[in-house]
Design a protein around this ligand. Sequence first.
Ligand code: NAD
Length: 478
Amino acid sequence: MSENTPITVAYGDGIGPEIMQATLDIIKAADAKINIEVIEIGEKVYNRGNTEGIEPSAWNSLLKTKVFLKAPITTPQGGGFKSLNVATRKTLGLYANVRPCVSYFPYVQTKHPVMDVVIMRENEEDLYAGIEYRQTDQVMQGLKLISLPGSEKIIRYAFEYAKANGRKKVTCFMKDNIMKFTDGLFHRIFDKVGAEYPEIEKESWIVDIGAAKLATSPELFDVVVMENLYGDILSDVTAQMTGSVGLAGSANIGDNCAMFEAIHGSAPRRAGQNSANPSGLLLGAVMMLAHINQSDIATKVHNAWLKTLEDGVHTYDIFREGFSKEKVGTKEFAKAVIARLGQKPTTLKPVEYHDFDVSMKPYYDYKNSPKAKKELVGVDIFLHWTAGTADELGKLVENISDESLELVSITNRGVKVYPGGLSETFCVDNWRCRFIANEKITKHKNIIALLDKFQKAGFDFIKTENLYTFDGESGYSA
Ligand code: NAD
């Protein structure tokens, strides 16, 4: 018999302790081979003045066990508190958020009786890098960062997950018709990594029409992979479409650590009443068991849970008069699942988990891959300026051009306003002046000289962005 796997458990706030107890009772009854280390997180820790909601000793446990089963916590109202979820994801490098969204019709009412979709959300990059600036009186900026390794990790995870779980298709959502560099990269990596999985069907959709299709015909989708922001929105939409957000669990996976939870919050008003539905956390725990290579236990628990649902033993949130057989509390629900361990559902589809090595195929070798020939060909200089029209700005900037760098255009919110702009274009106080090297390549010192001229002419330059080519290909949007 194999050794027990150490896991870190947090009972959380609100309904957290009740649903965690129910979850642990069930998986222990199913013979999960785990050693539990309990840590305290959330409200009590925040209220002790710790703005992170977690003590250093708790991090030690997480870094040691590398497996975290987490009940929901209450985030205190008011500013100054950091999101524990964001901190956990970033500190433990949890790059993949996995959220299976399944319909349990007719036991749970839904407009989409046939639905079994896994939303695979990139968890570390995109606009969530949190790099934001106020640049002028009128303009704020947030940077969308998409990296090659970050995209490869989540996309490869999506394909490996599909392969291990008998899934047939992986769909990619992005918007590379507009964001040619960021989303274009994500799409290219999807095609490249996807080619290594010939047995899996591949499909790409522009996120808007893809989301519309997902919302109306979820039965056409299987695993759907996307960047952080799209995934944030669509994982909630998709979970809601199943009829109950209370039933979904999620996994946050990293190369070395993983966190498992319910997708709902701590429902403080329900706390201490033995009424909350533990299913979301239980399904999170089931994903954990599969992750720690106890797929047989995961399968046993999940099928017993499906049978309980099918037998009409329901907590208040899904109970329907005349349809459900028995309205139960949290503890009684757990007992009902335990009583059905070893049974399979008969109308709902039984599940089967397989052990799945997250270390996966090795990533591309970024360190040793050939580097592109990178050449500095120009610079965008952003100005905070309110003293006149686009034409007037153009004339002023023409005057201060450097001999090696030539002003080619001025844009405002991405619209060209000089030369040859339209007076109808609405302009804000943030202008981008694009300079291109007249001898194809320039040097950093030319850019510094140019900036010096801007400063002497009294301009407030708020940012510069160097323009490069990579192996002759433009590295900036036109
Ligand atoms: P919530 O998910 O806690 O509750 C929304 C509604 O769903 C409530 O009506 C609640 O009673 C019901 N509900 C939720 N879980 C249920 C369950 N298991 N069984 C039965 N009914 C359930 O969302 P909220 O009210 O917006 O947030 C409450 C607190 O939870 C906030 O402090 C919020 O910050 C926190 N939160 C934490 C997490 C997390 O820890 N991962 C996630 C979301 C919200």
